[in-house]
Design a binder for this molecule. Sequence first.
Ligand SMILES: Cc1cc2nc3c(=O)[nH]c(=O)nc-3n(C[C@H](O)[C@H](O)[C@H](O)COP(=O)(O)OP(=O)(O)OC[C@H]3O[C@@H](n4cnc5c(N)ncnc54)[C@H](O)[C@@H]3O)c2cc1C
Length: 377
Amino acid sequence: MIKTLFDIELKDFKDCLERIAANASNIDDPQIAPVKEFQWLAECGALKIVLPGEPLDFNRPDTAALLGLLKRVGKANLSVGRIYEGHINALYLLHLYGTAIQKKAWYDAVLHEQAIFGVWSTQAANGITYESNAEQLMLHGAKTFCSGVSIVTHALITGNIDTPNRKGWQMMILDMSRIGPERVDRNSWETLGMKASGSFTTDFTGCPIMEQELLGLPGDYLGQPYFNSGAIRFAAVQFGGAEAILGHTMDYLSAMERTGDPFQKARLAAMLIDITTGELWLHQAGKNFDNWVNDSERSGELIAFANMTRTVIEEIGLRVMQASNQCVGARGLMSPSPLERLNRDLTFYLRQPAPDATRLAIADHFIKHQSEDAQSI
Ligand SMILES: Cc1cc2nc3c(=O)[nH]c(=O)nc-3n(C[C@H](O)[C@H](O)[C@H](O)COP(=O)(O)OP(=O)(O)OC[C@H]3O[C@@H](n4cnc5c(N)ncnc54)[C@H](O)[C@@H]3O)c2cc1C
């Protein structure tokens, strides 16, 4: 395997990832939550890693390293990576928009109670609204795709608010102990892959909300460049899956003594080029994020680069699966080969929001700036 360009080391992290990878086939079931996996991640410090004073403290950003971390968790198990990415995303939104009191309370929950956060914004027609009467705010509606709902302790959810002080798309962080298990539709995640992410539809209707649970102002969730450029995080997790497929393909071919064959070599070369390309894109995306996120003049460029990165990673994932499948054939795609599950997981996880609109936005950015670019030699 190629050497990764951005590795961070936590004590026992490698061991933790090996345990997660070894257990992946045992939790390939929507009804089995990755409880042990998150216990192991907590024990090696990965849940708190972005908090103040920790190795990837958001106040001293090293996004390339963060992407490397996300990739490695995704490589061990894409479903665990999906839930973990939600946790990191929630902590980033808290870092950006939380008050000092909110940060203290929710950081403490991570530090002392092994809190796991999730970000659930996707919804169907019966999405979330905040209803208010004289006494209190109350939630109405449901979220779909609630990754990790069985283990997430604190859910960052979004919904439409319309009160005298607040109008628009509002974030809140809800203690999930207030949402009974009967609110989770456990039949709503019969999927091709990513079963262990247990991303069930969850109904929040009737849950009262306190003012201090509202995070930021209406519209902050969609604030740019953070919203669109955040796609590099899920791309990093997806990329971990592609890297795992390359590794298992190589193992299979070695075990079958087929690595000497020129056709197999040609496919391996194509996969390795793709994986190296993805590594370079992610590394640069991380660097650009840190250099440009606070520079309003570079926002468009940052978003365009993130859009290109997620698109490149999607295409790499698709190509790597195809080449791997051709390398290993039907027998290599039979369970218990990890390639059977990895293909299902990566195929499904690559379906992220608005892939077509993302490509249009890339072209629009280029069209808008082409006259400036054409001038420079
Ligand atoms: C494993 C997994 C976990 C997830 N976890 C979470 C989570 O924790 N929290 C969360 O908020 N979300 C989560 N999501 C949801 C995710 O963010 C996306 O919203 C979701 O994957 C998009 O679903 P879709 O592919 O069915 O979208 P669609 O929007 O239906 O897109 C499907 C295709 O149709 C195209 N298309 C879209 N709109 C139109 C249109 N109007 N006309 C024509 N074509 C159109 C798209 O470009 C795409 O090609 C998760 C998704 C997955 C796969």
